[in-house]
Design a protein. Structure first.
Length: 134
């Protein structure tokens, strides 16, 4: 089966909505401002006879900046009441690695994660998408 490309698809949707997001590990924004989309552990909801699985696929949008309010605003725009970019986006796989089932939803509130050792403020929000995985 193909590698799951949902982080790349979500980052592209965020860029289309004016947020400069990348599908990269957190280390990509060490000692600098930026926004990344990363895959969190998924939860299998159902396994079908053909071996495919219905998953709650969790993504995390993490934003980091010296200005405390910038990453908070980015996370709010990513899935908060203002724009709901990811909830309205078509998150269909580009490489066929999964099938999207319905719209993505915000999972919990945006949260202040930490102040990094570089004094940048880190905020995050989780998104859950129901997918069928081969």
């Amino acid at each position: 089966s193909e590698a799951l490309d949902i982080c790349e698809v979500a980052a592209r949707a965020l860029r289309g909505g004016g947020i400069d997001a990348k599908a990269r590990p957190l280390s990509a924004i060490d000692k600098k401002d930026g926004t990344v989309v990363r895959l969190m552990p998924s939860v299998t909801r159902r396994t079908y006879m053909d071996g495919t699985r219905l998953l709650d696929c969790y993504l995390q949008v993490v934003s980091k900046a010296l200005d405390e309010y910038e990453p908070m605003g980015t996370c709010e725009r990513a899935s908060g009441a203002a724009a709901r970019i990811l909830e309205a986006a078509d998150l269909s796989s580009g490489n066929g690695s999964y099938e999207i089932v319905g719209l993505a939803e915000q999972d919990g509130d945006i949260e202040r994660v930490a102040i990094g050792t570089d004094m940048r403020h880190v905020w995050a929000v989780r998104i859950v998408a129901k997918i069928i995985r081969q």
